[in-house]
Ligand binder design. Structure first.
Ligand code: UT7
Length: 332
C-alpha cells in the first residue's frame, strides 16, 4: 500500500506584540464626535484603543513586535529566511513594509514582501508561510501583522472612528518544537463584495487629488450593518468547513481566537455554534479593531498563559475587507 509521506510540522516558536502608549478612551471620543461611551460599549464592546504617535509608522510598531517574537524564539536576524507582513496601512506603496522591517531588524538574508487581505491578513500569512516551510524552501519565517489604522480613520465620522486602533503582532514559524503547531489553514475571498469595506482613494482607481482629499476618500469607508451580518454567517461557516476538513468537531476545540471587530459579532458566533462565550478570546475592550494585528496580539496574550495542555486545539478565525476570511487550527 502506498503511504503519503507526512509533511513537516510548522510550529510557532516565538510570538510578540506591541501597542502604542497613547490610549484614546470613549470619553475622549465624546469630546471629538457626536457619540457616547454608552453607545460605543453597548454596540461594539470597545472601551479604549491605542493610538500611534504621528512619527510612529507601521514598520516601527511591527519591528518591536518582531524583535519580541525573535527573542522568544531565540532567533537572530540573520537566521530569518523570509518576512511576510500583513497590513492595510503600509508605510508607503513601495518598498514594502516587510522590507522596512527587514532593514530595522537587520535580517539581511531574508526575502520580504507584504500581503493585503485586511483583517484576515495574518491568517493569510500563516497559510503562505506554512507552504514555504512544508516544501522545505525556508526554515525560519517571520510573520508580522501591523496596522496604523488611525492614519486612515476619518476622525469626524462617528460611524467608523470609534472602532479602530493601532497595534502590531508577530510570530516566528519554524520546523522544530514550539508553542503550537499549525494543523490546517483555510482561506477564502469574495471580490464581488469589495465595495462594502474599502479605502477608496490613493490607488490607481482613484488617485489622490485635492478633490478626493476634500471628499475624505483617503479614509476608510464601511457599510457597517451589511458587513456585520455577512461577518457572522461567514465566520460560522468557515469554522464548520475547517473542522470538517480537519476531521475534527467543535468539542475538540479548547479555545477560539476570533478577529476582534465587535463583541456582538463574537457573541453571535458563540451562540450560533452553541459554544460558551468563555471559550472565546476577547480583548476588544482595550484595543478596538486592530485589523491584521488582532490575532497575533491575542496569541501573544494567551500562549504564555500556559493554560493549555499538549494536544489542545486553538481555532483562529478572521474576516475583513475584500471580502476575505480565513480559519486556522493550531495544536498545542
Ligand atoms: O474588521 C472588519 C470587519 N468589520 C466589522 O466586522 C464591523 C461590522 N459592523 C459593526 O460592527 C457595526 O455595524 C457597527 C459597530 C459599525 C455599527 O453598529 P450598528 O449597531 O450596526 O449601528 P448602525 O450602523 O445600524 O447605526 C445605528 C444608529 C444610527 O442612527 P439611526 O440612523 O438609527 O438614527 C447611527 O447613526 O447608531 C448611530 N451611530 C452612532 N451613535 C452614536 C453610529 N455610530 C454611532 C456612534 N455613536 N459612534
Amino acid at each position: 500500500m502506498n503511504t503519503v509521506p507526512s509533511l513537516p510540522t510548522v510550529s510557532i516558536t516565538g510570538f510578540g506584540s506591541y501597542a502604542p502608549k497613547k490610549v484614546l478612551t470613549n470619553f475622549d471620543l465624546e469630546k471629538m464626535v457626536d457619540t457616547t461611551n454608552a453607545w460605543i460599549v453597548e454596540r461594539t464592546g470597545i472601551q479604549e484603543r491605542h493610538i500611534a504617535e504621528p512619527d510612529e509608522c507601521t514598520s516601527d510598531m511591527g519591528t518591536i513586535a518582531a524583535q519580541r517574537a525573535m527573542e522568544k524564539a531565540n532567533v537572530k536576524p540573520e537566521e530569518i529566511d523570509l518576512i511576510i507582513v500583513a497590513t492595510a496601512t503600509p508605510d508607503m506603496p513601495f518598498p514594502s513594509t516587510a522590507c522596512w522591517i527587514q532593514k530595522k531588524i537587520g535580517a539581511t538574508r531574508a526575502a520580504a514582501f507584504d500581503i493585503t487581505a485586511a483583517c484576515s491578513g495574518f491568517l493569510y500569512c500563516l497559510a503562505i508561510a506554512q507552504q514555504f516551510i512544508q516544501t522545505q524552501a525556508y526554515r525560519t519565517i517571520l510573520i508580522v501583522g501591523s496596522e496604523k489604522l488611525s492614519s486612515i480613520t476619518n476622525w469626524n465620522d462617528r460611524n467608523t472612528c470609534v472602532l479602530f486602533g493601532d497595534a502590531a503582532g508577530a510570530v516566528i514559524l519554524q520546523n522544530q518544537p514550539g508553542f503550537a503547531n499549525i494543523l490546517i489553514n483555510q482561506l477564502w475571498s469574495d471580490g464581488r463584495q469589495s465595495e462594502i469595506l474599502k479605502l477608496p482613494a490613493g490607488g490607481t482607481q482613484c488617485p489622490t487629488t485635492i478633490e478626493t482629499l476634500q471628499q475624505g476618500l483617503n479614509y476608510m469607508q464601511m457599510s457597517g450593518r451589511e458587513v456585520f451580518k455577512i461577518a457572522i454567517n461567514t465566520m460560522v461557516e468557515a469554522i464548520k468547513t475547517t473542522l470538517t476538513k480537519a476531521n475534527l468537531s467543535l468539542s475538540d476545540i479548547s479555545y477560539v481566537i476570533p478577529h476582534q471587530a465587535n463583541i456582538r459579532i463574537i457573541q453571535a458566533i458563540a451562540e450560533k455554534l452553541n459554544l460558551p462565550i468563555e471559550k472565546f478570546h476577547v480583548n476588544i475592550q482595550y484595543y478596538g479593531n486592530t485589523s491584521s494585528a488582532s490575532i497575533p496580539l491575542a496569541l501573544d496574550q494567551i500562549l504564555p498563559m500556559k493554560k493549555f495542555k499538549t494536544g489542545d486545539k486553538i481555532l483562529l478565525v478572521a474576516f475583513g475587507g475584500g471580502l476575505t476570511w480565513a480559519c486556522t487550527i493550531l495544536s498545542i
